[in-house]
Design a protein around this ligand. Structure first.
Ligand SMILES: NC(=O)N[C@@H](O)C(=O)O
Ligand code: NI
Length: 162
């Protein structure tokens, strides 16, 4: 089964979390006009079970396409945000939190290079998919006690082809 690639936008991504981007977001001038604040772009939810926020950088190696989506993971205790540190597109494969996803539940989005994503707690997702070149991402997620990564196998030979 070939996954359709959709262009990422806030409305389509709403069931899965937030789109982190300047365009379309609330912003206002700060620092005597020397900066513009794009405010409160995503819901960072990391406090469950004594969690604390982690700020990380992932140096991601590019995945080659076609890419088989043979598994998905979720973080039941927290959100997880990815913001590219270089203006390059990446892919996001998600399914809504709740029941174990099947191939038919999967959605694939392509960012436009200046967008990041914040998965809501429990949102099923394939691990970070960088494209074409090694790419750094700022990642905000949760540290602390408890099991915060569940994985499931995805049957049905699902591929992202491009
Ligand atoms: N393993 C890890 O920290 N990263 C994954 O959760 C991911 O979504 O990339
Ligand atoms: Ni993850």
């Amino acid at each position: 089964m070939k996954l359709k690639i959709e262009q990422l936008d806030r409305g389509a991504f709403a069931p899965f979390g937030d789109v982190i981007a300047c365009d379309g977001s609330r912003h206002y001038q700060i620092n005597d006009g020397f900066a513009e604040r794009y405010h409160d772009l995503a819901k960072v939810d990391i406090a469950a079970d004594g969690g604390r926020p982690l700020i990380n950088i992932f140096r991601a190696k590019p995945r080659t396409l076609p890419l088989q989506i043979a598994m998905m993971e979720r973080h039941p205790l927290s959100s997880q945000a990815f913001m590219p540190l270089m203006p390059r597109a990446f892919l996001v494969v998600v399914a809504a939190a709740g029941t174990v996803p099947t191939a038919e539940d999967l959605r694939c989005f392509r960012t436009h290079g200046l967008q990041g994503v914040n998965y809501a707690p429990g949102t099923w997702h394939f691990p970070l998919i960088a494209l074409e070149t090694e790419q750094d991402f700022l990642v905000v997620d949760r540290g602390g006690p408890g099991r915060n990564c569940d994985e499931v196998a995805i049957a049905g030979d699902v591929f992202v082809v491009d």
